[in-house]
Design a protein around this ligand. Structure first.
Ligand SMILES: Cc1cc2nc3c(=O)[nH]c(=O)nc-3n(C[C@H](O)[C@H](O)[C@H](O)COP(=O)(O)OP(=O)(O)OC[C@H]3O[C@@H](n4cnc5c(N)ncnc54)[C@H](O)[C@@H]3O)c2cc1C
Length: 480
């Protein structure tokens, strides 16, 4: 067997500086510091080197060199990920795609756009607005997060209930393999020959390749959009009305829920007109033609009243609609004001179990002695419990993590999954072992090996090692 070639940080920086602008090859500690974590800031790790390439050829060369020396490579978009996916590897390259920030082509006839991975999610809609178009998936972080990061995480958002996740809104990808080869996946049409590798790469969390170009689908801006807000004095009634709306055949553009702690925090922050004393609040957005919107809004308001809403308010103009959304959209920072720190979880459950799971979480909150605020995509059952803690208190974060893990295991128990949109990263490795059996995890490894034989891309994340799985199962079976 051939021995692995070795190279140190200084030599490596010299090699990269031969084809990347030297100021984009970063090795000094102070300049690397901002890259030590992503949105999961409880986990930090300095990389060996940070690179900011600006061409596909440079990315190819970087990967070839890294393959030669078996150097781990972690891709990074905007670093807003919440599961530690872009956490650097101590002996590796942090490959930042932020310089790939061009919208390459907008095709209004086919309603598509070809974009580079570092383009911000919101920048796509801003660029095509003049053509009466927009890009539907809208993570709350859309002002900052990159479309490459969205593809890698299969990001969702408020409008994904009606329009689908990232995977449903992209057609074609260009990617570089671990060996530096350029591949084109998918095509401009609705279907492409062969395995659906676009879907496989979507949500692959930087484990299978580096995405260097994306063709996104664009949608026409709807004629009319209205939102109806409802306050409830019982979580159960609010949750049941969510199921009733969908059961009536209405697919809202967004259907969001907040619990009492989140309502108070958001109202104090945004003055959106939310009922501060409500136990649960729903925001249901309907878009479409004028007739469609008016008819569905009336029906949704009727359902809310049937389920005993204490307040029902319909937006009458764009200003009122934005105000009602302002509270929801600023809910995360608003919750950030009422605690030293919060830990954002992400799991998905069947809609019918929302009330049960929220009640269970309340009981856990007492047990862990940590408050929890819930702000989430109720329409698709995607929960976002924000666990409040104080990082300065010894043991508090460990407790929050334990609490978060227990919530995820509850999601699995009721037939849901451990990630709705934030990915597995380093955060949910343990729960992967609960969600999947050994054969299933072995299939994930087989796919990883097919793309990345040397295990260079984002090693240690997304898929648990099988030995760890067996140990975890043995441990939990003793405990139960
Ligand atoms: C306040 C807040 C609100 C949020 N709300 C939402 C929400 O509503 N919905 C949602 O889905 N997410 C949400 N997120 C999470 C996050 O914004 C998304 O996961 C987003 O898709 C990450 O994009 P990014 O560019 O920041 O990626 P990064 O954090 O940089 O990377 C994320 C992952 O993608 C990989 N990656 C990045 N670029 C590439 C590439 N070009 N090729 C291959 N792999 C790559 C990385 O290795 C990493 O594993 C939120 C985050 C915050 C902080």
């Amino acid at each position: 067997m051939q021995a692995k070639a070795s190279i140190d940080q200084t030599q490596l920086a010299r090699v990269f500086s031969e084809f990347i602008e030297p100021s984009y090859v970063i090795t000094d500690e102070e300049t690397m510091r901002p890259y030590e974590c992503d949105g999961l800031s409880a986990y930090t790790q300095m990389p060996m080197i940070v690179l900011l390439p600006d061409s596909v050829e440079q990315v190819q060369k970087v990967l070839r060199i890294c393959a030669q020396y078996e150097i781990p490579v972690v891709s990074r978009g905007a670093g807003t990920g919440l599961s530690g996916g872009a956490l650097p590897h101590p002996d590796g390259v942090l490959l930042c795609l932020q310089k790939f920030n061009k919208i390459l082509h907008i095709d209004t006839n086919s309603r598509t756009a070809r974009v580079q991975p570092g383009v911000r999610n919101l920048a796509i809609s801003e660029a095509v607005e003049k053509h009466g178009l927009y890009y539907a998936p809208d993570p709350s972080s859309q002002i900052a997060c990159s479309i490459g990061g969205n593809v890698a995480e299969n990001a969702g958002g408020v409008h994904c209930l009606k329009y689908g996740l990232t995977v449903h809104n992209i057609l074609r990808l260009e990617m570089i393999t671990a060996e530096g080869e350029l591949l084109t996946l998918g095509g401009e049409g609705l279907d492409a020959a062969g395995f659906d590798l676009v879907a496989l790469l979507t949500g692959s969390e930087g484990l299978l390749g580096v995405i260097t170009e994306i063709t996104v689908k664009l949608l026409p801006i709807q004629e009319k959009t209205k939102v109806v807000m409802a306050g409830f004095d019982s979580v159960e009634r609010a949750a049941n009305s969510v199921a009733a709306i969908i059961a009536r055949g209405i697919i809202p553009a967004g259907l969001e829920m907040m619990d009492s702690l989140a309502i108070k925090a958001a109202e104090d922050f945004a003055n959106a007109g939310y009922p501060r004393d409500a136990e649960a609040l729903l925001l249901c957005e309907i878009d479409g033609t004028e007739e469609e919107v008016d008819a569905h809004i009336a029906l949704v308001a009727e359902i809310f009243n049937q389920f005993g809403a204490s307040t029902v308010r319909v937006s009458h103009d764009e200003m009122e609609r934005s105000l009602l959304w302002k509270g929801r959209k600023s809910a995360f920072p608003a919750v950030g004001r009422i605690a030293a720190d919060y830990y954002c979880m992400d799991g998905t459950i069947p809609r019918k179990h929302i009330a049960y799971v929220l009640a269970e979480m309340k009981a856990m909150s007492k047990r862990y002695d940590l408050r929890v605020a819930n702000v989430f995509h109720a329409g698709d059952g995607n929960l976002h419990p924000l666990i409040l803690f104080d990082a300065a208190k010894p043991g508090d974060f460990a407790k929050a993590e334990e609490f978060g893990g227990e919530i995820l295991e509850l999601c699995i128990k009721v037939g849901g999954t451990i990630t709705g949109e934030h990915g597995v990263g380093v955060e949910k490795i343990r729960q992967m072992e609960v969600q999947f059996n050994e054969q299933e995890i072995a299939q994930f490894h087989a796919i990883k090996n097919a793309f990345d034989t040397l295990q260079m891309l984002n090693p240690g994340k997304g898929i648990p090692v099988l030995k760890r799985c067996q140990e975890y199962r043995a441990l939990t079976s003793h405990n139960h």
